[in-house]
Design a protein around this ligand. Structure first.
Ligand code: ATP
Ligand code: MG
Length: 209
């Protein structure tokens, strides 16, 4: 997409996540950071195979991508990138940012993470190579403390409206037959039902003896 060149670098938020499923906590985080830092747009980047989540079943990338598209479609400043799901292997933030930099060479990136992810930041691959690629924005998240990390000069902390929602909880609710209305966007509720995501697997039919 061609944008008018005002001379200023485009400020782009990057919201990485597994989005299994995307919920209103993710959307509020992106919207609040965009407003408070004056970002031009936010790109949601569903992970391929997340390295932190090896050992648990993550839904197919295509389902997570489509739910993210559905959830963000109505906001003209939000878009979804396939860079991570189209790259083979485990997803590392360093690769996400390098790929986005190729697509938007002149942009300034703001990588948005919740308090829990921020606490893990120093375990990330090539963390020292990440700082020049993006600013980091840590957002508050109920149940997690936003503190106790180094490099404060490179991290902006932002207080956002508290949304005590997690994808884990949404998956468990669906599995237990509880509603996820108003925790995730309406279209995502319907997508989950249509594809029977997170529902208990049907009992295998018992063969007659
Ligand atoms: P899961 O329970 O499967 O880990 P999640 O709800 O933590 O899912 P992720 O896809 O892991 O969602 O998170 C993507 C990013 O969004 C992370 O940086 C995470 O900290 C942040 N995030 C998720 N939920 C919230 C929330 N309710 N408030 C603020 N930030 C959030
Ligand atoms: Mg998480």
């Amino acid at each position: 997409m061609k944008t008018e060149n005002t001379g200023a670098r485009r400020r782009i938020g990057v919201m990485g996540g597994t989005f299994d499923p995307i919920h209103h906590g993710h959307l509020v985080a992106a919207s609040e950071v965009a407003a408070s830092l004056g970002l031009d747009e936010v790109i949601f980047v569903p992970t391929g195979q997340p390295w932190q989540k090896q050992g648990r079943d993550v839904s197919e990338a295509e389902h997570r991508y489509l739910m993210t598209v559905i959830a963000t479609a109505s906001n003209p400043s939000f878009s979804v990138s396939r860079v991570d799901i189209d790259r083979a292997g485990l997803t590392y933030t360093i690769d996400t940012l390098k790929d986005l930099k190729l697509q938007y060479p002149d942009a300034e990136f703001y990588f948005i993470t919740g308090a829990d992810a921020l606490a893990q930041i120093f375990k990330w691959k090539d963390i020292d190579k990440l700082w020049p690629l993006a600013h980091f924005v840590g957002v508050t998240r109920p149940g997690h403390v936003l503190s106790d990390f180094g490099r404060k000069e490179d991290i902006t902390l932002t207080e956002i409206p508290a949304m005590a929602i997690s994808s884990t909880d949404c998956r468990q609710r669906v599995a237990q037959g509880k509603p996820v209305w108003y925790l995730v966007p309406d279209g995502v509720v319907q997508y989950i039902a249509k594809h029977r995501l997170y529902h208990p697997k049907p009992e295998p039919a018992v063969k007659p003896a």
